[in-house]
Design a binder for this molecule. Structure first.
Ligand code: ADP
Ligand code: MG
Length: 262
């Protein structure tokens, strides 16, 4: 076989031209403090369409996790509302999955059991649970680790479990809360690239991704569009279109193999 690199594949879905997945409208959120109220999110608006990976870039404390918790239906906005697939959100919606900064795995469960746990709330039967969990484990590169416990895994592998647990539900919308910030830079780079490869090849069931991060390079590498969140209070102060067509494929394959071998 010749040594010519395979041509860049077109994304399986068009970038940002599709159906509206999420609409965050005039969302405010405050928290009660001993002296009055702390306004964390001030009038945040954002729309996600099918085919997009959108970034929310902000300093720590700017309200990124609060915004994700609102979109995940775990807490309510004090003002404004969130529409998911055109309907107002009231609590956790089916089809919305989240990946957490510190993985949030159950330490007493194996990899397989952790991934299956993602399906338990949905009342999926045991046999189908097992099948789908194994498929997600395979997809994310964890095959052979089904029976390992989280403590036996590296940080990167633990976060792969976090991804498998989110992907196993076939989410429409994937929320990621600084998913790579607990990993060393090389491991983070490998995992980001693997994910983008799966996304670009159309192998993820997801329609849209929202990733919050404080890492500018990561946002540029991962996202089609970046919203910048100010601090105190968190307000969307800028929106940036990432100007490259395929930023995900910018790493030279030879360099990537080298990184993977370290
Ligand atoms: P980020 O994820 O951008 O670092 P967070 O959303 O975690 O920011 O927090 C934003 C601000 O909201 C912080 O000042 C934090 O202390 C405050 N906050 C978050 N959750 C709560 C809560 N449950 N009660 C009180 N204050 C909170
Ligand atoms: Mg946070």
């Amino acid at each position: 076989k010749d040594a010519v690199a395979t041509p860049v594949q077109a994304p399986a879905v068009s970038r940002g031209a599709g159906q509206e997945i999420l609409n965050v409208k005039d969302v405010c959120r405050g928290f009660d403090k001993t002296q009055g109220e702390l306004l964390v999110l001030d009038d945040v608006n954002l729309t996600l369409r099918e085919g997009e990976i959108v970034g929310m870039l902000g300093r720590s404390g700017s309200g990124k996790s609060t915004l994700l918790r609102i979109i995940a239906g775990l807490i309510q906005p004090t003002d404004g509302h969130v529409d998911y697939l055109g309907k107002p959100l009231s609590g956790p919606a089916e089809g919305v999955a989240m990946v957490f900064q510190t993985f949030a795995l159950f330490p007493w469960l194996t990899v397989l059991q952790n991934v299956e746990a993602g399906l338990e709330a949905q009342g999926v039967g045991a046999r189908e649970r097992r099948e789908r969990a194994l498929a997600a484990i395979d997809l994310i590169g964890l095959d052979g680790f089904e029976n390992a416990y989280p403590r036996e895994l590296s940080g990167g592998m633990r976060q792969r479990v976090g991804f498998a647990r989110a992907l196993v539900v076939d989410p429409t919308l994937l929320l990621m809360d600084e998913p790579f910030s607990a990993l060393d830079v090389l491991t983070a780079e490998t995992l980001r690239t693997d994910l983008l490869d799966l996304w670009t090849q159309g192998r993820l069931p997801i329609k849209s991704v929202l990733i919050v991060t404080h890492n500018i390079e990561e946002a540029v590498f991962m996202c089609d569009r970046i919203l910048v969140l100010s601090s105190n209070p968190g307000k969307v102060v800028a929106e940036i279109q990432v100007p490259f067509k395929h930023p995900r494929n910018r790493l030279d394959p030879a360099f990537r193999r080298l990184v993977d071998d370290i």
